[in-house]
Design a protein. Structure first.
Ligand SMILES: [Zn+2]
Ligand SMILES: [Zn+2]
Length: 167
């Protein structure tokens, strides 16, 4: 992976321009206009979208694309390790184009999902894994409030709190 694969300030995966074509080519997957389009939607336009969100977004500039095609494309991409599945609680499966080690932080209020980097060695040190285990991958999800939802909640709470203040 190139050093261009950087996360933006919000911790979302920002696919650099041109990167997705390289990755598609390197995967050996036969390219079709649909595949190219669906992959670009996941990489560039949305943050950990569900299949339905990918479909709606893909349809905007490719009206003839069907939900079944989108599903097929996504399935192929996961198979070829261009995308990974992200399953958070009871929510619909989401798709993430960031194949580096990372965990997910998701906001329980607005549903936003952020990529969170971690150091594999450090994580291993804090996990009490069975003796002799050889971890091959990590799926770590942390939930809470994103910064903007936290701000909103603080604003909501403040007036109530002041009401509770004795006169
Ligand atoms: Zn991710
Ligand atoms: Zn939020």
């Amino acid at each position: 992976m190139s050093a261009r694969d950087k996360h933006n300030r919000q911790g979302r995966y920002a696919a650099p321009a041109g990167d997705f074509e390289d990755r598609l080519q390197a995967s050996g997957l036969r390219m079709t206009p649909h595949r190219e389009h669906v992959f670009s939607v996941v990489c560039r336009e949305l943050d950990h979208p569900t299949a339905e969100q990918v479909f709606l977004k893909a349809k905007e500039s490719m009206p003839d694309i069907s939900m079944a095609t989108v599903y097929n494309c996504l399935e192929k991409f996961v198979e070829c390790e261009l995308l990974r599945l992200v399953q958070l609680d009871r929510g619909a499966t989401r798709y993430c184009p960031n194949m580096h080690d990372h965990s997910h932080y998701y906001c329980e209020s607005c549903g936003d999902v952020f990529d969170v980097d971690f150091d594999r060695r450090k994580l291993r040190q804090v996990l009490d894994l069975p003796q002799g285990a050889i971890p091959m991958g990590y799926e770590v999800a942390v939930r809470g409030l994103c910064p903007s939802c936290r701000e909103e909640q603080t604003e909501d709470i403040s007036p109530n709190q002041s009401k509770l203040q004795p006169n």
